[in-house]
Design a protein around this ligand. Structure first.
Ligand SMILES: Cc1ncc(COP(=O)(O)O)c(C=O)c1O
Length: 415
């Protein structure tokens, strides 16, 4: 599914008033259009989402919740938030949704604030195994305020070690177990997580920042029936504006709402909440279901092609939109691979490799699938990777030209 171009009028106004920033926006638009966006956490939002973000709702202050605001003039803000909440609860089958978190990290912070007290023990995936900063990093509020115990993956298979998880839960009796990762390319077994949480009397928090868009399109299992609280981002496969969301049971609704506002946030960003509503509307369509399934199909094709080129894939493949790979069989570490691929016009991340040496690469197929690329393009991209990693100037220039040709055939915002 490809989307059409955003209107130019806004940029025309900006060009006249602030050419410096207009140049930055145009440069970024060109960068996005002329290189391959393979960062697993990124996507191209629709023109409707972009228009909503740039709408007068950006001017509105709306502390509180619909019908109970601390500011006047909130009738349209209330309507936007009610629509967003209704769409989220219907789409994910949740009792309750809070669309106010400013980001995925804010959603996790709110979940912890709703369920935990400082010093509580929490079981979460170790950061070196694929856990997010909010899962206990000492550089983050989570590691400073809670006592995190890390679980990990099996060194042989790369799959979550559920026996270790259960043993750690029995030993540490955590207040909550967090299930979710930045780089795990398989589906967590939510029923198993729930069983372990129930056995030790812990809350189950699913941090579905990455797979929530696949869940929306029926291309990944839904954590909602299993978790007490589900945290998510709205800007990855879900293809909405940058932001967060919390889904929870009716029983926890009030605690979650109070944890978002007034505990961890002030005024809601109403333009973003309205844009979340637009994205949730788009994600409720059969077209999005097709998109989500194509994202996974393409990730599988790309993973198989990268494996054939010599990359060592974590867990041997993927069931999701993301691929984690060790590039060292091709003679480069993750950082070098990222730099050489970027020089050839292919943008992706590095990530920790569980039990590996150094870092690997992490990439995803959400953005290129939005552009309308298909399985043949995935195979082509894998071959371009190997060519770019050789680091021969002529080869890099050839790959860059091929990337340009590819992006010209599949422009993110139409022609
Ligand atoms: C598992 C997980 N949790 C939380 C986040 C945080 O999201 P944000 O960057 O919007 O704060 C991310 C972001 O990638 C993530 O992957």
């Amino acid at each position: 599914m490809s989307v059409s171009a955003p209107p130019d009028e806004v940029l025309d106004v900006l060009r006249r008033q602030d050419p410096q920033i207009a140049d930055v926006l145009l440069g970024e638009a060109r960068r996005q259009a002329e290189t391959l966006q393979l960062i697993a956490a990124e996507n191209f939002t629709s023109p409707a989402v972009l228009a909503t973000l740039g709408s007068p709702l950006a001017n509105k202050y709306a502390e509180g919740y619909p019908g109970a605001r601390y500011h006047g003039g909130c009738e349209y803000a209330d309507a936007a938030e009610r629509i967003a909440v209704e769409r989220a609860t219907a789409l994910f089958g949740a009792d309750h949704a809070n669309l106010q978190p400013h980001s995925g990290s804010s959603a996790v912070l709110a979940a912890y604030a709703a369920l935990l007290r400082p010093g509580d023990t929490v079981l979460a995936m170790g950061l070196d195994q694929g856990g997010h900063l909010t899962h206990g990093s000492p550089a983050n509020f989570s590691g400073r305020w809670f006592d995190f115990v890390p679980y990990g993956v099996d060194p042989e298979t790369g799959l979550i070690d559920y026996e270790q998880l259960a043993a750690l839960a029995r030993h540490h009796r955590p207040k909550a177990i967090v299930c979710g990762s930045i780089s795990y390319p398989r589906h967590p077994d939510y029923a198993l997580f729930r069983a372990v949480a129930d056995e030790v009397g812990a809350y189950l928090i699913a941090d579905a920042a990455h797979p929530i868009g696949l869940v929306a399109g029926g291309a990944a299992p839904n954590p909602v029936p299993y978790a007490d609280v589900v945290c998510a981002t709205t800007h990855k496969v879900l293809r909405g504006p940058r932001g967060g969301m919390v889904l929870c049971t009716a029983e926890l609704a009030e605690r979650v709402d109070r944890a978002v506002f007034p505990f961890t946030q002030g005024g809601a960003q109403m333009h973003t909440i309205a844009a979340k509503a637009v994205a949730l509307g788009e994600a409720s369509t059969p077209a999005f279901t097709g998109y989500a399934h194509r994202v996974v199909d393409h990730a599988r094709v790309l993973a198989a092609a990268l494996s054939a080129e010599g990359f060592a894939l974590t867990t041997g493949g993927t069931d999701t939109h993301l691929i984690t790979a060790d590039a060292s069989p091709l003679g480069v570490d993750g950082r070098t691979a990222r730099a050489r691929l970027a020089a050839a016009g292919m943008v992706l991340d590095t990530c920790a490799l569980p039990y590996g040496d150094g870092r690997g690469i992490r990439l995803g197929t959400a953005a290129v699938t939005t552009q309308g690329m298909g399985a043949p393009e995935m195979a082509r991209i894998a071959a371009l990777f190997t060519a770019a990693l050789r680091d021969e100037p002529e080869e890099t220039a050839r790959v860059r030209a091929e990337v340009r040709e590819l992006t010209r055939s599949f422009p993110p915002y139409g022609r």
